[in-house]
Design a protein around this ligand. Structure first.
Ligand SMILES: [Zn+2]
Length: 252
C-alpha cells in the first residue's frame, strides 16, 4: 500500500482494516429462540456474520418469539427479522399438533408432531434472503437426534441446497448471485448435547432461557417430546438443568 504521508497511510490502513481485513462471510440462520438454534448461532458466530430470521407460522409456542428477540440481542447478531407466515396455520389444517390447538401434544415422538415440510418452507424464504444479500450459508439447527424428522436429515438438506442453486443458476453463472450452502449441525455430526455444551460454554446460565416446549405455557411443560429431549440433552452433557418445568420427572 503506497502513501504520500504517514498520516494518509494510517488512514488508508484503517479503512482497509475496517472494510477488508477479518471481514466475515454472511450467513442466514433460521432462529426460533430454541436451544438448537441459539447454540447453532454460537457455533457459527466466530466464522460468519449472522443474519437471523424467526418464523411466526401459527405455532402454539409463542414464547419462542420472545426468546428469539432476547437471544438476538444477547448474541449481538448483525440483524434479526421476524417473518409473519401465520397463514400457514390455516393451510396446515389438522395435520399436526404444533399448529392445531385442539390436538394433544405427545410426550414421545409421534408423526403428529411433524409439520409438513416446515423446514422446506422456512429454508425457501431464508434462501431467497440469502441470494438477495449474497450470503453464502443458510443454517438451521437440525442435529443428529432429529433423524425422525425427514426435513432435518442431511439427505434433505443437500437436495434442497441443490434445488435452490439450480433455481438461481443463471444468476450464479453470470456473477449476480452467490451459491448458497444449506448447513445444519447434523451435517457436521453434532448432537443436541454437543450443541448444548458449545452454547453453555459461551452464554452460561442464559442457556436456560432458551425455549424448547411445544406448548403455550408460562414455563416449560416438562411433558412434551421436546421438553423430554431437552432434559435428556442436559443429562448427557452433564450440565445441571436449571430450566423450570411444570413436571420435573424424566421417564423414558
Ligand atoms: Zn413441553
Amino acid at each position: 500500500m503506497w502513501c504520500s504521508t504517514t498520516f494518509d497511510c494510517l488512514i488508508k490502513q484503517f479503512i482497509w482494516y475496517k472494510t477488508t481485513a477479518f471481514k466475515l462471510k454472511k450467513a442466514i440462520i433460521i432462529f426460533s429462540g430454541g436451544l438448537d438454534s441459539v447454540c447453532t448461532a454460537v457455533y457459527l458466530q466466530p466464522k460468519f456474520e449472522l443474519h437471523a430470521i424467526t418464523f411466526s407460522y401459527g405455532q402454539k409456542a409463542n414464547q419462542e418469539m420472545r426468546m428469539a428477540k432476547h437471544f438476538s440481542r444477547i448474541l449481538k447478531l448483525k440483524e434479526h427479522k421476524i417473518a409473519n407466515i401465520k397463514f400457514m396455520k390455516e393451510l396446515y389444517e389438522k395435520t399436526n399438533v404444533l399448529t392445531n390447538s385442539k390436538m394433544k401434544i405427545p410426550s414421545k415422538f409421534d408423526y403428529s408432531i411433524v409439520v409438513p415440510i416446515r423446514n422446506a418452507v422456512f429454508l425457501s424464504i431464508a434462501s431467497a434472503w440469502a441470494f438477495s444479500k449474497n450470503a453464502q450459508l443458510v443454517a438451521y439447527g437440525a442435529h443428529k437426534g432429529d433423524e425422525k424428522y425427514p426435513d432435518c436429515r442431511p439427505s434433505f438438506s443437500k437436495l434442497i441446497e441443490q434445488a435452490f442453486n439450480e433455481g438461481e443458476i443463471d444468476g450464479i453463472r453470470q456473477g449476480f448471485r452467490k451459491k448458497v450452502k444449506v448447513w445444519t449441525p447434523f451435517i457436521a455430526g453434532l448432537s443436541k448435547s454437543d450443541l448444548l455444551k458449545i452454547g453453555y460454554k459461551r452464554i452460561g446460565d442464559e442457556i436456560f432461557k432458551t425455549w424448547s416446549c411445544y406448548d403455550n405455557t408460562k414455563i416449560h411443560c416438562g411433558r412434551c417430546e421436546s421438553c423430554i429431549n431437552r432434559k435428556v440433552a442436559f443429562l448427557k452433557a452433564r450440565i445441571h438443568d436449571k430450566t423450570k418445568y411444570e413436571n420435573d420427572f424424566l421417564d423414558f
